[in-house]
Ligand binder design. Structure first.
Ligand code: NAI
Length: 238
């Protein structure tokens, strides 16, 4: 039986590219997204059969638990979990609303913690099980106008390293990919001409380029607790 991969935030952007690549590599995909129609549309375009769509708001503990129980019941044990769901609410700290702080932390940090917690029991049964969380280069370096977003991603890095230690003896690996500017809906409001000047490779990355890094970490059987930066060299000059 082929490996079961769950991709949270798999309906768009980076998550969608990861889902496509894993399906091409023969995985059975579970695409998790907030909206059912978006998850279904992403599944419809995947290579191969046997893929499933689930709608779930990953920031809600009970909903996550129920969704993952259903995934295990309907699809079997999980080999790969990719946490690509995320939001940004860029603003200076003094202009950031408390409710936006909460939804950022709930989605970007708590959401990935909840999905890991819900998936792990099932993953312990599988040989070569692995988690990849999606952080950000901003979580490593900080950025004005992104205090809460960068805090959520920095904390996700700490969570990734700690969980890697916690589950290594059970042969589950946990790593993090930290992208820079990537062409997705999240960066649609940014002018590439302006921002790309700061990037050594002088362009934004593509979701497919991030997906390659995710695939590497899912398959890298002696790598755990690591951060792989995919940013065209941006962190070198931040
Ligand atoms: P996107 O906005 O294109 O896609 C985000 C996905 O997350 C969507 O499928 C959305 O439905 C899902 N999502 C958001 N909140 C959710 C929730 N509460 N429950 C379930 N699903 C939810 O964003 P993109 O660019 O693909 O981002 C993917 C990840 O990469 C995010 O964690 C983001 O923070 C991170 N990232 C993106 C960068 C970029 O330049 N695009 C740079 C660095 C990190």
């Amino acid at each position: 039986m082929s490996r079961l991969a769950v991709v949270c935030g798999g309906s768009r952007g980076v998550g969608r590219a990861v889902s496509r690549l894993l399906a091409q590599r023969g995985c059975r995909l579970v695409v998790v997204s907030r909206r059912d129609d978006a998850a279904r549309a992403a599944v419809a375009e995947l290579h191969g059969a046997d893929h499933k769509a689930f709608s779930c708001d990953i920031s809600k503990g009970e909903e996550v638990q129920k969704t993952f129980e259903m995934i295990q019941r309907m699809c079997g044990n999980i080999s790969y979990l990719v946490n690509a769901a995320g939001i940004n609410r860029d603003a200076l700290l003094v202009r950031t609303k408390p409710e936006d702080m909460i939804s950022l932390l709930h989605t970007n940090l708590l959401g990935s913690m909840l999905t890991c917690r819900a998936a792990l029991r099932s993953m312990l049964h599988m040989q070569g099980a692995a988690v990849v969380n999606i952080g950000s280069v901003v979580g490593l370096k900080g950025n004005a106008g992104q205090c809460v977003y960068s805090a959520s991603k920095a904390a996700l890095e700490g969570f990734t390293r700690s969980l890697a230690k916690e589950v290594a003896s059970r042969n589950v690996r946990v790593n993090l990919v930290a992208p820079g500017f990537i062409h997705t809906d999240m960066t649609a409001g940014l002018r590439e001409e302006d921002r790309a000047r700061a990037v050594p490779l002088a362009r934004f990355g593509t979701p497919e380029e991030v997906a390659q890094a995710v695939l590497f970490l899912l398959e890298a059987s002696y790598v755990t607790g690591q951060v792989l930066v995919v940013d065209g060299g941006l962190q070198l000059v931040m």
